[in-house]
Design a protein around this ligand. Structure first.
Ligand SMILES: Nc1ncnc2c1ncn2[C@@H]1O[C@H](COP(=O)(O)OP(=O)(O)OP(=O)(O)O)[C@@H](O)[C@H]1O
Ligand SMILES: [Mg+2]
Length: 400
């Protein structure tokens, strides 16, 4: 079967708002085909809404592109057509990971005494077991562990829950910062994960769109642009549905602006072209953090005027430059000593400075920390398995 130019094979699953198919030529990949359908209250309220599939696909694709670009490990590969996304197939973990910055909605009902507007710092995390028939009950961390769920050949234990929880907070903070750059407050958010059965990797999956969060422009609840507007409708008239759609469009029109081009840059000054290899290392490290980097050759000792001319357009070169500039100067001389900054250290410092005004650089720094943490955890899981195997074989060799 063909869907918007994509040849699909077996249907994996059909939900309320999308259908998942295996790609005919690569069954490890799936096509997520969105429907013109809006639902709320575990499907109790449901309406057709023309154009919703495309709006949702625009929103989800832009969000996943941004998260992939930041380094978040997700199932998303690309948008492919107006209402379709190509993703890696995942065995979906039936848990919803919720993060909240501001208390509102169901949290207030479950936690009487907490007033709307209470600010969680760090963000509050909650987990819900996906079970429409039982209205998605909240599960504690311990309940998630004790359920001993198994997906994609991976037992969902403490490590796996920890990885999903920590990833959720990172995703929330990255999106919160991005929306803040457009003066919108991300109030809360729901995401899901799956296990790639080929690699065993835990991936951010499903979609993130106007159904996944509460979004309040200027932090004002009355201006909300998310699905809550639909949930709160007393009567679902066609005018009311039109308002909901216009809100979703408002969001879809803006998601593209969440990944602006970098506004700052690093300029690496070298006194002589013989330092080029050293400076190229700085450039390579800058690239990892999304910091645009320019290399210039100019000797402060032999051509101070020229150096100061270049300085007039940019920034750099040790104490001489620092004395003439208001911009931050990071000294990274090409000598090897323990007490000087390494090329990576210099790039990191540049990224930490620029991220104050550039949420994409901030997202890359934050995600790098997450990925380092996940990498260590995965290595520890592997080491523990090896210990276990060695212990078992020793017991065997001892003839027990
Ligand atoms: N990469 C993926 N591989 C396989 N299935 C996926 C992937 N991403 C999302 N899904 C699944 O697609 C299904 C359809 O999505 P949809 O949101 O329409 O379901 P739903 O009716 O909301 O049900 P649910 O309550 O499970 O979300 C969901 O069950 C979701 O887990
Ligand atoms: Mg769903």
């Amino acid at each position: 079967m063909q869907i918007e130019g994509n040849t699909v094979g077996d249907k994996v699953v059909e939900g309320k708002t999308k259908i998942v198919y295996r790609l005919a030529d690569n069954p490890d990949k799936v096509l997520l085909h969105s429907k013109d359908r809006i639902t709320a209250g575990d499907g109790e309220r449901a309406h057709d809404l023309k154009g919703k599939a495309e709006i949702s696909t625009t929103t989800a694709s832009a969000i996943f592109e941004m998260l992939n670009n930041a380094g978040i490990k997700s199932h998303f590969i690309k948008r492919s057509g107006q209402t379709c996304m190509v993703c890696n197939y995942c065995d979906m973990v039936p848990l919803e990971f919720v993060t909240r910055r501001i208390a509102t909605g169901s949290f207030l009902k479950r936690n009487p005494g907490v007033k709307e507007g209470y600010r969680f710092c760090p963000p509050k995390q909650e987990i819900f077991f996906k079970d429409d028939a039982n209205h998605d009950p909240q599960w504690s961390y311990e309940q998630c562990v004790e359920a001993k769920l198994e997906f994609g050949g991976r037992l969902i234990g403490r490590d796996e829950i920890d990885i999903m929880c920590k990833s959720t907070v990172t995703v929330f903070e990255v999106l919160e910062k991005a929306w803040a750059s457009l003066d919108c407050s991300l109030i809360d958010m729901k995401i899901e994960f799956g296990v790639n059965p080929k690699t065993g990797e835990i991936l951010l999956a499903d979609i993130i769109d106007s159904d996944s969060w509460r979004l309040w422009p200027a932090g004002d609840r009355r201006l909300m642009k998310d699905k809550q507007v639909y949930r709160e409708l007393r009567e679902v008239t066609s005018e009311a549905l039109d308002t909901v759609k216009r809100n979703f469009e408002w969001v879809a029109d803006r998601v593209g602006q969440l990944s602006p081009k970098p506004s700052g840059r690093a300029v690496v000054f070298m006194g002589s072209p013989t330092d080029m290899a050293h400076c190229e290392k700085i450039r390579a490290a800058c690239k990892l953090y999304g910091v645009p980097c320019e290399l210039r050759v100019s000797s402060a000792h032999k051509g101070t005027d020229e150096t100061k001319n270049i300085l007039a357009q940019s920034n750099g070169l040790g104490p001489v430059l620092s004395g003439n500039a208001a911009w931050p100067v990071i000294n990274c001389p090409p000598i090897s000593a323990d007490w000087v900054t390494s090329p990576d250290g210099a790039a990191l410092a540049a990224a930490q400075i620029l991220c104050l005004n550039d949420h994409m650089i901030w997202a890359k720094l934050r995600t790098k920390q997450l990925n380092t943490w996940v990498g260590l955890k995965e290595a520890d899981i592997k080491a523990r398995k090896t210990n276990f195997m060695i212990e078992k074989s020793e017991v065997f060799q001892n003839g027990h």
